[in-house]
Structures are given as C-alpha cells and as structure tokens.
Design a protein around this ligand. Structure first.
Ligand SMILES: [Mg+2]
Length: 331
C-alpha cells in the first residue's frame, strides 16, 4: 500500500512522500533483531518542472520510525532550515532529492557531476546465519577478499573457523552490533587475534567505550553505534568509525564529523542501512573522504529501482542510467 501526500514546502520546493516496503531475499539477522522487509519513504521534491527523489529509511536503533516521520511531514507546512528538520534519515532523503534536481539542472549524469568512479570496492556482509546456512554460502565466501560478518554471542568461533576454512586470505570485519560483553572480549581477544581481522565493530553497548581501553590487543575497534550525532570519539579507543548518512542527516553535520575524524587520525568506513540503490548511490559522494566502504545494503533486496547498483564479488558497479540525477518523466 502506498499513500502520496503533498505536505511541506522546503525552500520553495514542494515535498511529498510515498510509503514503500522493500522485500529482502532472505531474513537479515543481526545481534539485536532481524528483518525480512525494509520500510522506506520515497521523498519527492518538486520545483520549476523538476522532480528529485531521495529515500528515507527508518532507523529504529535511534528511535527513527516511519510513523513519527510521516506525522512530522503531515504536520509541517513550511521548513526552510534542514538542521531543524526533525529526523536525521529525513534530512538525508530531503537533501538527496534536492541534489537530484541540482544534477538534472546541470544536465550531466550523476557519475560525472559528483565525480564518482564507475565501480567501488566494498565489504560484503554475511548476516547472522546458522552453520548450515553458512555452508551453503561457501562458493560466494571463497570469492571475497573483504567480508563483514555479523555475530551475536553464539557460534562465534565456529563461524570464524568455517569462514576461514573456505577463505583464509579475506580480511574480516566482525560486527557485534553492541552484542558482546567486556568479560567475553577480555577472555577471548587473544583467540580472536589468530584470525585475519580488519577490525571489530561496536563490540559493547554504546557509551561503554572506556572499557575497551583495558583490552590490550593489536586488533582495532570501530565505533558504529558510538559514532552518532554529536558524540565525540576517542582515538585511543577507536581507530575506525562507521559513517552512515542516516545517523547524521545533513551535509553540514556529515562534513563536520569527517573533519573531526581526519583531525584526530580516525579512519572512516562509509556504511549504510539495508536500503535500495537510491540510498547507496547518493552516499557515494562521501566515498572520497573514507578509507573503506561497506555499501552492500542494496544487495539484500529482492527488488530495487531500475538500473540499480550491481554487486559482483567485492565490487559495486554504477549504471549511469540510474533514475537518480535523471530527468523524471512525470512531474
Ligand atoms: Mg555496524
């Protein structure tokens, strides 16, 4: 079901939204839950015969749900300051819709306008799976050089052993999504050092980063949930951060955070939600500021927008005919 409502006026753009549910190939499970569908709002901006679009994905970890976002859109008549737009994923979507129009006005395709490459290297995620399900992925895992595995407290070493038995060259990111404990890390860090680990992402609940200081290891840690709007990162604890557009919203805040990381010598991996190509493609404009990419979110969708991003092993490939940045037929 989808509803189209014209609501807000933003800098003389008329903004409307449409609810879109995107089905996944299979269940995507991480330590705090799982999903088979991703709920989004397709945000449209219209002005002077142009139409631009952006995708707003709900981000429940930070209390960003579509119910509140649509309520905000329905109750707002005018807002000209992006920083005052309630909801960070909505700020991001709105900005992407306006950028879409800017590209159209310049009559260049988005690859040229944003000075993007045609393909990018990205980590590929393996969500939490049973041992049997991982066995079925042997062929795929063998071909990867960069793997991100989601792990809860269960089957950690069984999973690592199995993946390493298929492929002992691949660099592995472990993403615990806040699901581990300090005592587990302390006890097992030496064992974890035996694997080819790129970094461990957000092992402990956000806010407990000081505890990581007590872990003596050559493995780096990466802040994801700890790296959120206005949260300062300690570079003695975290060598990496996961930058997701939906966690910061607007360009000004994103650039400010990138600057902070550069100044403090913190490396950046550009990440994403499970989302369509309409989220992945605009995010690539920040790739040049980042040290690695984790932009495989659209790979899990059953159906994506036409001329979508294509994934092949560790590469994401852009199609210059993708809908974003292109003149839309109906305005
Ligand atoms: Mg993460």
């Amino acid at each position: 079901m989808s509803i189209l409502i014209t609501t807000v006026i933003y800098n003389n753009y008329s903004i409307s939204y449409k609810k879109i549910s995107l089905k996944l190939h299979s269940k995507f499970k991480i330590s705090r839950g799982s999903k088979s569908t991703v709920n989004t709002l397709l945000i449209s901006a219209k002005k002077d015969g142009y139409k631009g679009i952006g995708e707003c994905v709900e981000y429940k970890r930070y209390n960003e749900n579509l119910k509140d976002i649509t309520k905000y859109l329905n109750n707002t008549r005018k807002q000209n300051d992006i920083l005052k737009v309630k909801s960070l994923p909505l700020q991001a979507a709105l900005q992407n819709a306006l950028l879409d129009i800017k590209i159209q006005r310049n009559r260049k395709n988005f690859i040229k306008f944003l000075n993007l490459k045609k393909e990018y290297k990205t980590f590929i995620t393996i969500p939490i799976l049973s041992i049997n399900e991982i066995l079925l992925k042997k062929k795929q895992i063998k071909k990867l050089n960069y793997i991100k595995i989601k792990l809860s407290k269960k089957n950690i070493f069984k999973t690592l052993d199995l993946i390493t038995s298929f492929n002992n060259k691949a660099k592995i990111i472990i993403d615990a999504n806040e699901g581990w404990t300090f005592s587990f890390l302390l006890k097992n860090i030496k064992k974890l050092e035996k694997y080819n680990i790129f970094f461990i992402e957000q092992p402990l609940t956000a806010g407990k980063q000081n505890k990581l200081k007590k872990i003596k290891t050559k493995i780096s840690f990466c802040a994801d949930e700890d790296f959120y709007l206005n949260k300062k990162i300690n570079n003695q604890i975290y060598k990496w951060v996961n930058l997701k557009i939906d966690k910061f919203g607007n360009d000004k805040t994103i650039k400010k955070n990138i600057k902070y990381c550069k100044k403090n010598k913190i490396k950046i991996i550009l990440g994403c939600m499970v989302s369509s190509s309409l989220s992945i493609v605009p995010a690539l404009r920040y790739a040049k500021f980042c040290n690695a990419l984790d932009l495989d979110g659209a790979m899990f969708l059953k159906k994506d927008y036409s001329n979508k991003v294509k994934y092949s092993n560790n590469f994401l490939k852009l199609n210059s005919n993708f809908i974003w940045g292109k003149k839309k037929a109906r305005v």
